[in-house]
Design a protein around this ligand. Structure first.
Ligand SMILES: [Mn+2]
Length: 321
């Protein structure tokens, strides 16, 4: 982070009415950062193109007021948060001449024109940049804001997968300041995930699991099942539940389809489901394809020959691994 530019930004937000602009479909990293900045420096939060579910849940938890129709002319300073490109500013994009930035994205079209910025592309989350800015300003870190920053850091690091030691240190500090456990932060995100899941998709997943036939090929577990809908979600859930390969089919009177999912282990052993789906479909006059760990095929009933072809090809591949 360029210290002089960050200080210039601090001077601007302290000296005028500030509009903190959230990017379209603002996520937890954006909302957490903006919440911390607003608490420390005042101003208004504007989200011209809405919040994501995680972003909204965080805003509700903190009791944030977010203006969906902000009027930029009512403010002296515009700061884009967690946003690197004008397109991400949605409706406000064309109306903001040269917004200041608090961001961590490496590439974008807003950086060059920003009169001042707190910008650190080495940080995996914008929440770390916001925290550094609060530190620089000597601003207090309130418990609810610390929790929001922690949640934003967690989501943008893919729950610590992309966290470097600096991010882990920041997380430790935030957890302490929030008076929260990591369990609290994960539980918050899991609740949002649960609410996101469609009831019928969850039902299809449970039905697929209860009907599944489980086979073992040496070290590999293979689950085969059938549902009336949501075959893709159900196959993915069977892999999460422990299958190395899941085939979930859906058969109607005029058409049938099958979703295939593989575990990371099976993929690393060389199984390519897109290839398998494509070859199996060709064998039985269906069409099919996809990626290494997720693929599908569809065609006219009956289903059984297609399923046998998939199982034969996948088995040959896994047994050769
Ligand atoms: Mn971000």
């Amino acid at each position: 982070m360029d210290a002089a530019s960050a200080d210039a930004l601090l001077a601007r937000v302290r000296g005028g009415r500030t509009l903190w602009v959230l990017h379209a479909n603002a996520d937890a990293d954006c909302v957490g950062s903006a919440a911390a900045l607003q608490r420390a420096f005042g101003g208004t939060l504007g989200a011209p193109d809405g919040l994501s579910r995680e972003g909204r849940a965080l805003a509700e938890r903190l009791g944030l007021e977010v203006d969906p129709w902000p009027h930029p002319e009512a403010f002296d300073v515009h700061v884009a948060v967690d946003t690197s490109s004008r397109a991400q500013l949605g409706r406000l994009g064309p109306l903001l001449a040269a917004p200041l930035l608090v961001d961590h994205h490496a590439y974008g079209d807003l950086q060059a024109g920003a009169p001042a910025k707190a910008w650190d592309p080495a940080r995996a989350s914008c929440c770390e940049v916001a925290l550094a800015l609060l530190d620089r300003a000597g601003a207090a870190l309130h418990a609810d804001v610390a929790f929001a920053l922690l949640v934003g850091l967690l989501t943008d690091t893919a729950r610590f997968r992309h966290a470097d030691p600096a991010a882990l240190r920041a997380a430790a500090r935030l957890a302490e300041a929030a008076g929260a456990t990591m369990e609290d932060a994960y539980a918050f995100l899991e609740r949002v995930d649960e609410e996101m899941d469609d009831l019928s998709a969850r039902k299809a997943t449970l039905v697929a699991a209860s009907r599944a036939q489980v086979d073992q090929w040496g070290p590999w577990l293979v689950a085969t099942s059938e549902v009336g809908a949501f075959d893709g979600a159900a196959a993915a859930a069977l892999v999460r539940a422990g299958a190395d390969l899941a085939l979930v089919a859906q058969e109607k009177s005029a058409s049938a389809r099958m979703s295939l999912r593989a575990s990371v282990r099976a993929k690393e052993a060389g199984l390519h489901l897109g290839e398998v789906a494509n070859a199996a479909a060709r064998d039985v006059g269906w069409s099919g394809g996809g990626h290494e760990a997720a693929a599908g095929l569809q065609g006219k009933p009956p289903l059984a020959p297609a399923r046998s072809a998939v199982l034969r090809l996948a088995r040959a591949k896994l047994e050769a691994a």
